[in-house]
Ligand binder design. Structure first.
Ligand code: SAM
Length: 218
């Protein structure tokens, strides 16, 4: 069974904005925070092509998953999330696009080993606490094929007080402490990835420092 996130009040997972009542505002607020640009940048870095089977863990309302599918209509693209309300929104937005949304948890992925060439994760890792982080990293590794890679972006990395007010708040947030410094590369290397590199980062006034990583298998 998935472990309960200490910040999760209603479920055994922490929903997109912390509670169900805020979900209807998720797409609007994340577009104000320029999250679609971050999604586009993650996809550029992940270099998908028409044969790159791709899974997003923690797809929420589906924005990154749908962007991947629209860019590469012939590729198999799957989004997974534990939140049925978010998945219902994602499915509605997909319309006639041939994209799949599955309900599930990062720490117990319902896929066979070596099923995907890419695993994507955007702003999901800080929703996991304790052993769920290690389990999810190990599961991402398990479902990747040899030569595959996890592309992950989240708030965190080498956050410094000079990054601004939002970054200073990140440094104090209990949800983000496990994302700071080199904790994400350590987590992914500990899960058995052969290499983990910080690809780039952005600093936003409202969101703080977000860092992009690639963890790959040889
Ligand atoms: C901030 S939202 C990000 C959604 C999407 N990736 C994006 O970039 O817009 C975090 C998502 O992680 C999901 N989540 C929480 N716990 C999870 C878990 N154990 N496994 C997978 N996803 C989880 C939440 O339901 C939520 O939809």
């Amino acid at each position: 069974m998935p472990s309960r996130h200490p910040g999760a009040t209603e479920h055994d997972y922490l929903p997109a904005f912390g509670r169900d009542a805020l979900l209807p505002f998720y797409d609007l607020l994340t577009s104000v925070l320029r999250v679609p640009k971050v999604h586009g940048q993650l996809l550029d870095l992940a270099c998908l092509d028409d044969d790159t089977a791709t899974l997003e863990i923690g797809c929420g309302t589906g924005n990154l998953t749908l962007m991947a599918k629209r860019r590469h209509p012939r590729t198999e693209v799957v989004g997974l999330d534990p939140d049925p309300l978010a998945l219902a929104r994602a499915t509605r937005k997909a319309g006639s696009l041939d994209v799949r949304f599955d309900r599930g948890y990062g720490q117990a992925l319902p896929y066979q080993a070596a099923s995907f060439d890419r695993v994507l994760s955007a702003f999901m890792l800080h929703h996991l606490a304790g052993e769920a982080r290690e389990q999810t990293a190990a599961e991402a590794r398990r479902v990747l094929r040899p030569g595959g890679a996890l592309y992950l972006v989240d708030i965190g990395g080498r956050v410094a007080p000079s990054d601004g007010y939002a970054a200073r708040r990140s440094l104090r947030s209990p949800h983000l402490c496990d994302n700071l410094g080199d904790r994400i590369p350590q987590l992914l290397l500990g899960a058995g990835f052969d290499e983990c590199v910080e690809l780039t980062h952005r600093v936003g006034r409202l969101i703080g420092r977000i860092t992009f990583y690639r963890a790959s298998l040889t």
